[in-house]
Write a protein that binds this ligand. Structure first.
Ligand code: CA
Length: 337
């Protein structure tokens, strides 16, 4: 007869088996950004239609404390701000979203990301620069779009909001996480059962989101592409089994760059690192970034090769991609891993 202990043990074994058998999730990185300007509602609608499991929202604040969906804290690489508001740059030459009201930001046209030095698109094969008409959406506009599409398409596509540079925001007198979390809860994202992952590169903020701001939903610590985070802080501690156990005290998952998962300079010498194994041992899900069909890492020779390597060999739990359609198609075709 099974006693209470062995029942609990069995339950644990079953849930571990279930989580390991679960298919990896596909996260549309800035929407279907391989096909439409990043973080526009159009890019999110397309990703929804392509079957992505999660749609990503990078979040920054406006002057009037409205969370908007864009990747940088500055506006000039993805909008015509320099043309519409030439006098509004700071001494460092940048146009900060935080210096503009939402009404002003709504006057801007959003476009494909440009290289400011050349004036050319960063990814020239993508949606043509300056064509059609796009806006920078608010978080709430996007949550309403996703809820609407989930209803009309009978789906439950999740959200994946990222707090962008929360320490910088706070230094400027604006508290990004404190404003965003209540909005998420109001739209039904509050617990780990809800289809939502909150992500952030800043460990102090991850701890704060959990411990001080009381976030009970899923939380992911992003890790810089090498041992450096975007804010300049050292992230090398997270690439050890011990560091990952520390991360697991607050986070449910980690988001490293692809080269933390597979190392090497070419297909011939590529090698799956210990990272996923160590993260899984610490109870963390692994969702690396970012797979782009038009900018593949040198260690793979095709999108299929990359997907097979990441999903089957490295056994990741989710993937950020600008091309969610290709990742979903590959995953569904190769259902058992
Ligand atoms: Ca992001």
């Amino acid at each position: 007869m099974l006693n209470r202990f062995s029942l609990a043990t069995l339950g644990l074994i079953f849930s571990l088996a279930a989580s390991q058998a679960a298919q990896p999730v596909v996260i549309a990185h800035r929407g279907a950004s391989g096909y439409l300007p990043e973080h526009t509602l159009e890019a999110k609608a397309l990703a929804h239609a392509m079957g992505a499991d999660f749609l990503e929202q990078d979040l920054v604040l406006t002057k009037d404390d409205v969370p908007i969906v864009m990747h940088d804290i500055q506006l000039e690489t993805i909008s015509d701000v320099a043309t519409k508001f030439p006098d509004r740059k700071r001494a460092d030459g940048h146009y900060y979203a935080l210096d503009f009201s939402l009404a002003e930001i709504k006057l801007l046209q959003a476009h494909e990301r440009v290289n400011l030095k050349t004036g050319q698109a960063v990814y020239p094969g993508r949606f043509p620069l300056g064509k059609s008409s796009f806006q920078i959406p608010t978080l709430e506009e996007e949550l309403q779009l996703i809820a609407g599409l989930n209803k009309s398409r009978g789906r439950n596509v999740g959200i994946y909001p990222e707090m962008k540079q929360p320490a910088w925001h706070r230094k400027q007198g604006h508290d990004l996480s404190k404003i965003v979390l209540p909005i998420l809860r109001r739209y039904g994202y509050a617990t780990k059962k809800d289809e939502c992952w909150v992500q952030c590169f800043e460990w102090d903020e991850v701890k704060r989101i959990r411990a001080e701001l009381g976030w009970e939903g899923r939380l992911l610590l992003l890790l810089g592409p090498t041992s450096r985070n975007p804010d300049g802080s050292d992230s090398s501690r997270w690439f050890t089994a011990e560091g990952l156990r520390e991360a697991a005290k607050y986070a449910d998952g980690v988001g490293p760059a692809l080269n933390s998962i597979v190392s090497g300079k070419s297909k011939a010498d590529r090698q799956v690192t210990d990272f996923v194994k160590n993260a899984h041992a610490a109870g963390l899900a692994v969702h690396p970034y970012t797979l782009r069909a038009d900018d593949l890492p040198k260690i793979v020779d095709s999108m299929d090769d990359a997907l097979s390597l990441l999903f089957t060999e490295a056994k990741i739990d989710g993937l950020f991609s600008d091309f969610p359609d290709l990742a979903v198609q590959w995953r569904d075709k190769n259902a058992s891993r």
